[in-house]
Unconditional design. Structure first.
Lengths: 297, 297
């Protein structure tokens, strides 16, 4: 077993690799300076870099040297970052703060924020194509990621979120379906793409997909719980702000205790999905699944 | 030489192929119905389908059967359509009408319009990857298109447009640079990608790039001229609305006559770029370049 400290050390170290790559990912490109600043502002706003670390680690689990997956993994973080910028827009969640700093449209302006999001999303595909891997492997991973990030995945989940926000009757099934698209699809694809880049077999890809899906649900429930129980300093936004925005969350639907149970069950399912894998990378991913829910326990 | 009528017939016929493909491009996908409706609303709003037709025709010029380039070409139209939806948003040009119909955020709502754009952009990459072509060829075309559509291309051009709008002093060079990114990059890439999909040699790719770049400038100047001289019925929006929005245009900078001269020179440059190509496809592309400016003559 890997200790929480060892897990955190590897998480941080891989996160730093991603941040180093992201810092230079727009170098040498003729981008209007205000737009470039705006893109980098959000790219460099911190966060655990969970999605790219999952991609790197699943690639390593399947035998690829992580640095070969670094451009692709970093591109996933660009896509995640664009989604945060657009979600914060006045027409969406209208959030003034993101990770304790002014959200992109507050720090710049609304037009620039929309374009920074569009640019990060589009340029993510430029970066993805750069990975030093066989074209057929890379193309399949690009298609997988685009599908997860698109209208039947992350973007569709945000549309459901908009539709459900403020509605008083949302079932647990609807909430789960919305999160499976909004958060789950990209987390799942981050894992699957790691395997794809490493040329993993179908059976391994399915295991990685199951791991990512379960981790995604666990992660979302934990996030909902943290919004209720954590303080503003931890969240970077006022605690309870989801509820204030009329968001339906796991705690608001089933209460805190039941939410914790659901999160725990999903983390266990994530661990179980990797039962056939051994070694340090598998231990890391299992420890990461545990950590996802213990931080909200 | 190909007559204007023959050219228009082929343009229409290829445009219809693209529209037929686009009508089914979201089939079988679990997309929230309101979002899907919104995406299809703008995808099916008409237009000449110039970019995908250029892609199909440049592919055909270099020896590929056009139907093999159809998914990729249609994906380019998805990207063009997303850019129109986002450009019309209140924070951008704030246009209530697009091609004589309510713009997307007027027909639906602002959040859905932002997401419809995000969805079309992302899913364009899903569609692109579907083309029945060799992975290395396809991957290079995907990278080329993403670069043209991203922050150093189309998205960057829109940022410049926002910065320049309302500014009284914009030079012809700045205007040209803005359009080269905002309109030119995607038109150019549509041509180059057609060649790439067909496996064309570097010298042919350069010729296609020069053709697309010159055509892009000609097209933009003609569009500016039409905004001044055409009537509302033709434009689908009030004539002179660019000027009202404080947009800098070729006519506002150098006058109508000089604008027509510049457009003509660019159409001639586009024709010249294809000097080494013969046959029906080359004739079609040359006739198309002419038509781009004669419609505004």
């Amino acid at each position: 077993m890997m200790s929480v400290e060892e897990m955190k050390t590897l998480l941080k170290s891989r996160g730093r690799d991603v941040e180093a790559y992201l810092a230079g990912c727009l170098d040498g490109r003729a981008i209007p300076s205000r737009l470039k600043e705006s893109m980098l502002y959000s790219l460099q706003a911190g966060g655990k870099r969970l999605r790219p670390v999952l991609c790197l680690s699943c690639a390593a689990l399947c035998g690829l040297e992580p640095h070969k997956a670094l451009p692709f993994a970093s591109a996933i973080e660009m896509i995640h970052t664009y989604s945060l910028i657009h979600d914060d827009l006045p027409a969406m969640d209208d959030d003034d703060l993101r990770r304790g700093k002014p959200s992109n449209h507050k720090a710049f302006d609304e037009a620039t924020a929309i374009l920074a999001g569009d640019g990060l999303l589009t340029d993510a595909f430029v970066i993805m194509c750069r990975a030093p891997l066989a074209a057929d492997v890379l193309l399949r991973a690009v298609a997988e990621l685009a599908l997860a990030a698109g209208a039947s995945g992350m973007v569709g989940g945000q549309e459901w979120d908009m539709i459900y926000t403020g509605r008083s009757q949302v079932s647990l099934e609807e909430l789960r379906g919305m999160h499976a698209m909004k958060t789950g699809a990209l987390l799942r694809a981050s894992c699957v793409c790691g395997g794809l880049l490493a040329g993993a077999e179908e059976v391994a890809l399915r295991a990685l997909g199951d791991f990512g899906s379960a981790l995604g649900v666990a992660f979302q429930i934990a996030d909902d719980i943290l919004d209720v129980v954590a303080d503003t300093a931890t969240l970077g936004k006022p605690a309870g702000s989801d509820a204030e925005q009329g968001k339906n969350t796991y705690p608001s639907l089933v209460g805190l205790e039941k939410s914790r149970e659901l999160a725990r069950a999903q983390a266990d399912a994530a661990r179980a999905a990797l039962a056939d894998f051994a070694g340090q990378e598998a231990e890391f991913l299992r420890a990461l699944a545990d950590y996802t829910v213990t931080r909200a326990a």
